[in-house]
Design a protein around this ligand. Structure first.
Ligand SMILES: [Zn+2]
Length: 207
């Protein structure tokens, strides 16, 4: 009986040590992965495109410019965003490849193909409409979607144009609206979505 008990205790200790060893090895692997990621500057996947951006305002704007700058930076560095296409965005004070500008409708209206009512991308400028930034659009409000999700969507959509994307019209997987569907003017039966879908993870310019 006693011998059996000792064997059991020993076996248990061995098992515990194995668990500890395995855990340590997993922890080591995690640390190693983190250190590799830090070296390459990516949290999870390879960086293929390094894009610097600066943030500015243009015309008479009503929104809070510093809040705008922080939402832009948070959205462009969010793990759900264009980072999944291998883009690493880095904010710089000036002289970025991409210029993200909070602009009045009157300023946006000066560009060919843009309107005072909406945001617009005129490479390499992403012009976010001050009024839309403050109020989103009827299609968004009517679908019960939040202003913060609108802001993330409009940044990702316009930056998608900067990266070479045109509009798409069909819903994506799970009925989600692709980020390049013109959600500002209507959801076309899709579910609102602020982030690029799996089949939108490509880049042709801007890096
Ligand atoms: Zn568009």
């Amino acid at each position: 009986m006693i011998e059996g008990l000792i064997t059991l205790v020993v076996a248990h200790e061995v098992a515990s040590q194995k668990v500890i060893l395995e855990k340590t090895s997993e922890e080591y692997k995690t640390l190693q992965a983190k250190s590799e990621a830090q070296k390459s500057g990516s949290s999870s996947r390879a960086v293929k495109y390094n894009i610097t951006f600066d943030v500015a305002t243009r015309g008479a704007i009503k929104a809070d410019a510093s809040e705008f700058a922080s939402v832009v930076e948070n959205t462009l560095t969010d793990s759900r965003g264009w980072i999944r296409a291998g883009v690493k965005f880095k904010k710089v004070a000036s002289g970025g490849k991409l210029h993200v500008i909070l602009a009045s409708g009157a300023e946006i209206d000066k560009y060919n193909g843009c309107s005072a009512e909406l945001s617009c991308t005129v490479f390499p400028l992403v012009l976010i409409n001050d009024t839309r930034w403050l109020k989103a659009t009827d299609s968004y409000d009517n679908a019960g979607l939040s202003l913060s999700s609108y802001r993330q969507m409009v940044i990702n959509h316009e930056v998608g144009h900067y990266l070479g994307h045109d509009h798409v019209t069909a819903c994506g997987a799970g009925g989600l609206a692709p980020v390049m569907l013109q959600q500002s003017t209507g959801l076309r039966g899709c579910k609102g979505n602020s982030w690029p879908l799996d089949n939108e993870l490509w880049v042709t310019r801007g890096y």
